[in-house]
Design a binder for this molecule. Structure first.
Ligand SMILES: [Zn+2]
Length: 424
């Protein structure tokens, strides 16, 4: 279906600046255009009056399958949380459970305006299968761990390549995803970097998330995790680094020099007691900053509106500077910066000629948006995600008038409850 979207307030980008426009927008074969349809073209007109129409948000770091552990392991320390609570549940869950828990994640993402997600998962094929069902745009990676990619890491690595082979499409790409420097050997990280080059793939990992990770690395190797990844040839402009909370010495200079992107996860970092990434410095260094929610076991939501608010508010407080991390910059982190990190600039995260038609519509009359003194501020400071009424991905609606179209939510709830009853 093609669409003519008229009467709405469009959120457009002019470089790093956001401008609002009342232009008419066209969706043609899954792509955006400002060129009207020709006589005889079939299309539906959408009256977007009193709606803010903007690019869908891009959640740059999550673990969709983890929704089963929402509000499950809270108020415990990081090592207890990861090694004694989350990992044993992961070990107990059957593969197919992750299909339903991922669909629960996508239900929440769609309802709160996320159209693309970057995933690190532990259950072969389930996240991509669920993303296909939901119509989500995915950048998906099978979590990799171990000593050597070709021996003990082989089954996971071969699964990663199988998923790429089976599911790669216009709406789904695959990212090589070694879990962390403490769960992957130096050799494996090096091998991943080589394979990423060979296959033209992006790579992502968790980095410098906690004080103990950095201290253990310094004690064992005499260098920070950032220095370690740099020395291993892992850092370049196709690298996405989640967390980067505990930065030391010249860590930020190295990341800036290599052109890697950082994904901040403020709720997860705060909730697990890991601290706050130095976002004002990251911005000053000119590093490409994006935003992720992390998984629901550590957030406990997948709501990018809350995350955008936290990014700005926390870091104004830390910097004691009310001008730090302004709303326009933060909205960019969730849209155009994310697209740049994914090598999708101009295609995702923006309303532009020939960009992918990933759009969200927000109710400008919702109490949290009104009066409309500054809709960009509203996205960061007053919106909760409940203002999202319609969501389109690749030119197809996945939610319309608040109704999920691709996900049978009652069935998802039933199946996830069964998983909880059996395995938690
Ligand atoms: Zn994570």
């Amino acid at each position: 279906m093609n669409y003519r979207i008229t009467g709405g307030t469009l959120l457009l980008h002019e470089g790093e600046h956001i401008v609002l426009s009342d232009r008419t927008l066209y969706v043609r074969d899954g792509r955006l255009s400002f060129t009207p349809f020709a006589d005889g073209d079939a299309f539906e007109t959408i009256d977007a009056s009193r709606r803010l129409v903007m690019p869908g948000l891009i959640n740059m770091h999550t673990h969709a399958y983890m929704t089963v552990m929402r509000n499950y392991a809270d108020d415990v320390d990081f090592n207890e949380w990861l090694f004694n609570r989350c990992m044993p549940v992961e070990d107990r869950l059957p593969q197919e459970a992750a299909y339903w828990t991922s669909l629960l994640a996508f239900s929440e993402m769609i309802r709160t305006g996320t159209t693309s997600f970057v995933d690190m998962h532990m259950f072969h094929r389930q996240s991509p299968l669920a993303a296909v069902q939901a119509g989500m745009r995915g950048f998906i990676g099978r979590g990799l761990v171990g000593e050597d990619l070709y021996t003990d890491g082989w089954s996971r690595f071969s699964q990663a390549l199988e998923e790429k082979q089976e599911f790669e499409s216009d709406t789904m790409q695959f990212i090589l995803s070694p879990h962390a420097i403490y769960s992957c050997s130096d050799r494996l990280l090096q091998q991943v970097a080589e394979e990423a080059d060979k296959h033209g793939m992006l790579k992502q990992t968790h980095l410098s998330e906690s004080v103990s990770e950095v201290e253990n690395c310094l004690a064992a190797k005499g260098k920070t995790p950032v220095q370690l990844l740099s020395d291993l040839g892992f850092l370049d402009d196709r690298t996405i680094l989640a967390h980067c909370v505990q930065m030391r010495g010249n860590d930020l200079d190295i990341i800036a020099q290599k052109g890697a992107s950082i994904v901040t996860n403020p709720a997860s970092n705060a909730k697990l007691g890991n601290g706050f990434a130095p976002l004002a410095e990251i911005r000053q260094e000119g590093i490409n900053l994006c935003i992720g929610t992390d998984g629901t076991a550590s957030n406990n939501t997948l709501n990018m509106f809350r995350e955008m608010g936290l990014v700005s508010l926390i870091h104004k407080g830390i910097a004691k500077d009310s001008t730090a991390l302004p709303s326009e910059y933060v909205v960019n982190c969730a849209t155009v910066h994310a697209a740049a990190a994914l090598h999708q600039a101009g295609r995702l995260g923006t309303i532009a000629e020939d960009a992918a038609a990933d759009l969200i519509f927000l109710d400008l009359d919702a109490p949290s948006m009104f009066p409309n003194n500054n809709p960009v501020s509203a996205l960061c400071y007053s919106a909760s995600g409940s203002e999202v009424t319609d969501v389109m991905i690749a030119g197809s609606f996945v939610m319309r008038r608040n109704e999920l179209l691709t996900i049978d939510y009652e069935r998802v709830r039933y199946e996830v409850q069964r998983v909880v009853d059996r395995y938690l």
